[in-house]
Design a binder for this molecule. Structure first.
Ligand code: MG
Length: 165
């Protein structure tokens, strides 16, 4: 088979991991966890939720991945808000007639607790993706104390994309 109809949906998977370190602003899903004593280390703001989501979108569309498009060796991206990566991915999809129609996310970390900000993140991501909030889901899970010496946040994102309507 050489091609499939453009109308068929495509899925994408993205993952990301960042160390959590003291004295870093804790941005996850574009929402600031203001009272968290640790935050994701990284070249950008370290927002692992946005990184995983962006990679899932790019992967679903068959485009180059986040690290290739926005390398952490490029000073252009130093300290940048990761929403700019997501916006760039959305624009690249739109340019080839594709839109994200559903998102599911799993965030694993012992700090911060995700539940208090879960609905804020869902609303924020839904706004960025031009989706109803019921098409953006997010679950927070602990790391069960594993690797207690090294604090980290792990994110898995799955998306469904298809033609713009
Ligand atoms: Mg990352």
């Amino acid at each position: 088979m050489t091609s499939l109809p453009d109308s068929l949906p495509r899925i994408g998977l993205g993952t990301d991991r960042h160390r959590l370190v003291p004295d870093r602003a804790c941005w996850l899903g574009g929402v600031l966890f203001g009272d968290c004593p640790v935050g994701p280390d990284g070249h950008s703001d370290g927002d692992a939720v946005l990184h995983a989501l962006t990679d899932a979108l790019l992967g679903a569309a068959g485009l180059e991945d986040l690290g290739t498009l926005f390398p952490d060796t490029d000073p252009t991206w130093q300290g940048v808000a990761s929403e700019s990566f997501l916006q760039a991915a959305i624009e690249r999809l739109a340019a080839i007639g594709l839109h994200c129609w559903s998102v599911d996310l799993v965030v694993q970390c012992d700090q911060p607790k995700i539940a208090p900000q879960r609905d804020n993140i869902r609303r924020h991501l839904a706004d960025l993706l031009a989706l109803p909030v019921d098409r953006v889901n997010l679950k927070g899970k602990t790391r069960e104390g594993v690797d207690a010496e090294i604090k980290a946040v792990d994110v898995t994102a799955v998306v469904l994309i298809g033609p713009t309507v």
